[in-house]
Design a protein around this ligand. Structure first.
Ligand code: AMP
Ligand code: GLY
Length: 425
């Protein structure tokens, strides 16, 4: 089969890496891809939200399936575009249609969905410019900290957690009346603060059946000890030690099953990944958010642990017989550490030569923001590459990741030296 992956990050390199192991693969394309995907697939320089360009690539290269990495093309309706086009409609897209993508595209929608289907989540109310005064009154009824969320996509920046009621009221006003996050904050969800430890669980579903993929925990803050600005993710660990069988059973019964059946009841034919961000509150899982894609860098630890054929699972999603597909996961721990450009997540420089990659052993290098020019690999983004390793324990896997990081360098390279600090035995 010929497969096209949309996207250009570490997540998409991990998809390409895993799919390239499948015997059924004839040709693999990544659009636009990076220097890492260039080594194992053909990169095609188009924007994944330019659907006409995607169509051209699919038809020219006789693509048999499209795997969507990031949320933007899904929320913009790439799957719907395929279904509405006579030449494309028989080509499966892994990723939900617009209606399902709303689980990530609108926090208000996802909260209503959870409430309707009895899925545990923080109590909430939504407000608009017209109901600002009610929003202030609602804040008065809550205990700090106050959680304010822009309804729409805000590049991961639309969530504010504030201790002071006056500050919370002022921010709510900013979001609703001054469009602090643009259109995304025309509606704001205010919710109760959940105290606990976060983790993520990933589900692959064909709309009827599902497979629960390995759990993972990512490290979002730039600074060691989880301090400083939020990033896309500085590292990840899979599995999460406290996500034991008892806890994961609760996740499956209370969250995954009602989510998949809720989508069916609401007439949403969902084919793709569901990334469930959870808070473990005293042993009970609560949903913080849904994403309609895999996480990055979580994918860089989740996919390498899956030992069965990923393409066969995707075929199950497309043909709605995922229940017939074999699915196995190694017991080994996987860790990944993200190398970032100095200054990230604020201003940083690009175009730095990356050296030492040939010396890496006992680790997988997943490229994120990289490009290749005249056989030289250059940094091309804030998050540059993720170094994934395996071990029998978190410590052992991390040791391999960090030993290999010592061999890699580029000007102003930065990374967190404490990934997994809170999970080690
Ligand atoms: P989100 O974009 O919804 O994942 O929120 C970003 C981050 O804010 C999450 O990863 C949590 O760390 C935190 N957060 C969001 N909602 C809550 C909540 N209700 N209680 C506590 N922390 C939250
Ligand atoms: N690492 C978090 C995300 O992909 O949203």
């Amino acid at each position: 089969m010929n497969i096209l992956i949309l996207g250009s990050g570490g997540r998409e390199h991990a998809f390409a890496y895993k799919l390239s192991q499948s015997k059924k693969i004839k040709k693999l394309f990544v659009a636009p891809g990076n220097a890492g995907t260039h080594q194992i697939a053909e990169n095609i320089a188009i924007n994944p939200t330019d659907f006409e360009a995607v169509k051209k690539v699919v038809l020219t290269n006789k693509v048999d399936m499209v795997v969507v990495g990031p949320e933007a093309p899904l929320v913009a309706g790439v799957h719907d575009y395929f279904l509405a086009d006579n030449e494309l409609k028989s080509i499966p897209v892994i990723g939900p249609k617009k209606d399902g993508a709303l689980l990530e595209g609108s926090k208000d929608f996802s909260k209503q969905f959870m409430q309707k289907h009895g899925i545990p989540t923080a109590k909430y109310q939504s407000f608009t410019k017209e109901t600002l005064a009610e929003g202030h009154a609602f804040l008065e009824t809550l205990n700090p900290p106050f959680v304010l969320k822009a309804d729409g996509l805000a590049a991961g920046k639309g969530v504010l957690i504030l201790d002071d009621i006056e500050e919370a009221k002022a921010e709510l006003t900013e979001m609703l009346t001054n469009e602090k996050f643009g259109e995304a904050s025309a509606t704001v969800v205010i919710e109760e603060f959940l105290k606990g430890i976060e983790l993520s669980v990933f589900v692959l579903t064909d709309g009827k059946n599902y497979k629960v993929l390995p759990s993972a925990k990512d490290y979002k803050r730039i600074g060691e000890g989880d301090v400083g600005l939020n990033t896309g993710g500085m590292g990840a660990i899979s599995p999460v030690p406290f996500a034991d069988e008892v806890f994961l059973n609760k996740v499956e019964e209370r969250i995954i099953k009602p989510t998949v059946t809720g989508l069916q009841k609401d007439g949403i034919d969902y084919r793709g990944f569901i990334f469930i961000g959870l808070m473990n509150v005293n042993g009970y899982p609560f949903v913080i958010e849904y994403n309609v894609r895999m996480g990055d860098p979580e994918t860089e630890v989740v996919l390498p642990r899956i030992t069965s054929d990923l393409l066969s699972l995707f075929e199950g999603v497309a043909n709605q017989n995922l229940d017939e597909k074999s699915y196995e996961v190694t017991n080994e721990v996987a860790t990944t550490v993200m190398l970032v450009s100095g200054g990230y997540p604020e201003a940083y420089e690009k175009g730095k030569e990356i050296t030492g990659l040939d010396n890496v052993d006992n680790a997988i290098v997943f490229h994120a923001g990289t490009k290749i020019e005249e056989n030289t690999i250059l940094s091309n983004g804030g998050r540059v590459m993720a170094i994934t390793s395996f071990g029998n324990t978190i410590e052992e896997a991390l040791k391999h990741s960090y030993t290999n990081i010592d061999k890699i360098s580029f000007e102003k390279m930065n990374y967190r030296k404490d990934i997994g600090f809170d999970l080690k035995s």
